[in-house]
Design a protein around this ligand. Sequence first.
Ligand code: DGL
Length: 271
Amino acid sequence: MGPIGVFDSGYGGLTILKEIVRLLPQYDYLYLGDNARAPYGTRSFDRVYEFTLQAVKYLFAQGCPLVILACNTASAKALRTIQQRDLPTLAPDRRVLGVIRPTAEKAGDISRTGHVGIVGTPGTIASQSYDIEIAKLHPGFSTYGQPCPMWCPIVESGEIGTPGADYFVRRDIERLLAQSPEIDSIILGCTHYPLLYQSIREATPANISIVSQGPIVADSLRDYLRRHPEIDSRLTRGGSIRYLTTDTPDKFDPLASLFMERPVASLHAEL
Ligand code: DGL
């Protein structure tokens, strides 16, 4: 028995956690942000896999029967290997889920034209995970990926809303939309990006919708737990949220409290 583990390279996973807690407040949650090593988006496949596996092992050691990789970069680069190669020997009775598949499943509801833009870290976009998943689930759809290497560092360094931040947001949205005039929706394919929502909205024509993953992932988790009572029955229900950061709590807590819209008092974790 234990809490649901939620992992991200830094603050971004809080945008997922917040929506999951809103929908499923009865469970206990343990959030882990690897802020000391964020961003992951420009790191190699091997590094992201190594760091993510460390985090998953850590959350398992804290008793989590289920871990959500609330990070697209980790989902793109590490999830499959962890599910297929590591879990069978490491913890065959535990589960690790990602955020790309549930988001790709919703592409049909998101777009009318079938032309979907995806903004993400260089790692997520280069992996083509969204293109592959959406092509499988929605044949005939066209996807357009735009790497946004500066967006995650902007969030991690607390520069949201500054003129410098807005410059990079506008530049990358323009680059994305230059790929096709038919794009009618943009998936925020990095969990940090909802924190930049206001700047993104201002840089995007009003007729183009902007889709955050939080509510989608929360819905999909609720559905998963209904279908998997063997996992659901092992989750403790105390309505608590605990936070861990690999950086220092005094740095993590103020920004995390802002994002969660509730007081956050984290503890330091050494992976
Ligand atoms: N929030 C993460 C994602 O969804 C990671 C971003 C990063 O660390 O570069 O991709």
